[in-house]
Design a protein around this ligand. Structure first.
Ligand SMILES: CC(C)(COP(=O)(O)OP(=O)(O)OC[C@H]1O[C@@H](n2cnc3c(N)ncnc32)[C@H](O)[C@@H]1OP(=O)(O)O)[C@@H](O)C(=O)NCCC(=O)NCCS
Length: 148
């Protein structure tokens, strides 16, 4: 497995990876325009993992100067459980740390078993916060799962 910073031309392979997980929500923010915008602003914090030339893992971390945010951590099912997810997260966390970011957050559905992965890798669940969202530009999937 080799890991490098994410490139704009990874988009198609990333979409295929992300779309493969049941219950995963793809939104307007996953359009190529928004993907490129995010990557342009957060070039140093987004990583991809490759195995035999194929993209098998991703993490998109971002930094607004105050806090870090983690999106789209994913590892192809065929290679899960071999430490790739942890390596991707270590890379993203180290990059944010190097930028002086003290704390990072992520959003995850309450029934996603990846919560256990995060707990094992040093993240803690917050019970004192409710996430609130507001649609600012029409995005019919925001706040609801695609299949609902
Ligand atoms: C979450 C995910 C990225 C983990 O990737 P991975 O490469 O399998 O994880 P690792 O092999 O690095 O696992 C690190 C540790 O977490 C544990 N772990 C990983 N997934 C787990 C799960 N679903 N439940 C419990 N423990 C888990 C591993 O056993 C390992 O523990 P160990 O160090 O004691 O052996 C992967 O399961 C995935 O892509 N899930 C679907 C996408 C998703 O839901 N992403 C999160 C969106 S917020």
């Amino acid at each position: 497995m080799n890991m490098i910073t994410m490139k704009k031309n990874d988009y198609e392979e990333l979409l295929a990876l992300w779309s493969g997980f049941p219950g995963n929500t793809m939104t307007g923010a996953d359009s190529i325009e928004d993907f490129e915008k995010f990557l342009g602003r957060n070039t140093d914090y987004c990583f991809t993992a490759f195995e035999n030339g194929s993209l098998i893992g991703s993490v998109m971390a971002g930094n607004d100067g105050r806090r870090g945010y983690i999106y789209h951590l994913a590892v192809d099912e065929s290679i899960q459980g071999k430490g790739t997810g942890k390596k991707l997260m270590d890379a993203a966390e180290n990059a944010l740390r190097d930028a002086g970011i003290e704390k990072a957050h992520l959003f995850i559905y309450t029934d996603n078993t990846a919560i256990e992965f995060y707990e094992k890798t040093g993240w803690h669940r917050r019970n004192d916060i409710v996430v609130m969202s507001k649609v600012l530009i029409g995005d019919k999937y925001m706040g609801t799962r695609m299949e609902e």
